[in-house]
Ligand binder design. Structure first.
Ligand code: SF4
Ligand code: SF4
Length: 175
């Protein structure tokens, strides 16, 4: 894909003026997740400008962003990187690119599917789906059991009373 095309797509879908980024790095200095990224947020912006699509879609950075919005509040050009990461994540899934961190993607998709099904997160079904997708059957069992015994993981789901409207949002977003 031509660099201009990627840049245009990201600007159109995220609503963020990525073209204005001039590499001041204020986003990366404040990002709480930067140590987990393979490319810091300012570099992600540069890669978008340069059209490095396959490198971005295979990157760990797009899945490690927790959408805390710290970067957006620090950027002198008011660029919010979280929506940019959202577009890149969606594109990664749409193109069927093997993600850099499959377990994070398994958690991400299990969370979204739970919201779509119940209108809110139901931890038990979300965790079951996550375990099946990630095949990490024994990880965190002790913590999970403690939470279950404290009643923090209810067995029966409760649907949101706004489920219809939430499903509408998913439909509009093409899920
Ligand atoms: S929104 Fe993402 S990229 Fe921005 S500071 Fe938070 S974790 Fe870092
Ligand atoms: S803070 Fe804004 S202008 Fe500076 S590097 Fe980050 S995205 Fe670019």
């Amino acid at each position: 894909m031509m660099s201009e095309k990627l840049l245009d797509k990201i600007i159109a879908e995220s609503g963020q003026p990525v073209n204005l980024c001039y590499q001041c790095r204020k986003c990366s200095v404040g990002c709480p997740m930067v140590d987990e990224f393979d490319f810091p947020p300012n570099m992600v912006m540069r890669m978008v400008q340069l059209g490095l699509e396959s490198e971005l879609l295979q990157s760990r950075a797009i899945w490690m962003c927790v959408s805390c919005e710290t970067c957006g509040s620090r950027c002198p050009n008011e660029i919010r990187i979280a929506p940019v990461m959202d577009v890149l994540r969606a594109e990664c899934l749409r193109q069927g690119v093997t993600p850099a961190d499959p377990a994070t993607v398994a958690l991400h998709t299990s969370f979204i599917e739970s919201i779509k099904q119940f209108g809110r997160v139901h931890e038990a079904t979300m965790l079951l789906k996550y375990k099946l997708k990630s095949k990490k059957f024994t990880d965190d069992l002790e913590v999970g059991l403690k939470l279950f015994l404290k009643g923090k993981i209810p067995i029966m789901p409760r649907k949101s009373k706004n489920l219809g409207r939430i499903k509408e949002i998913f439909t509009r977003a093409g899920y």
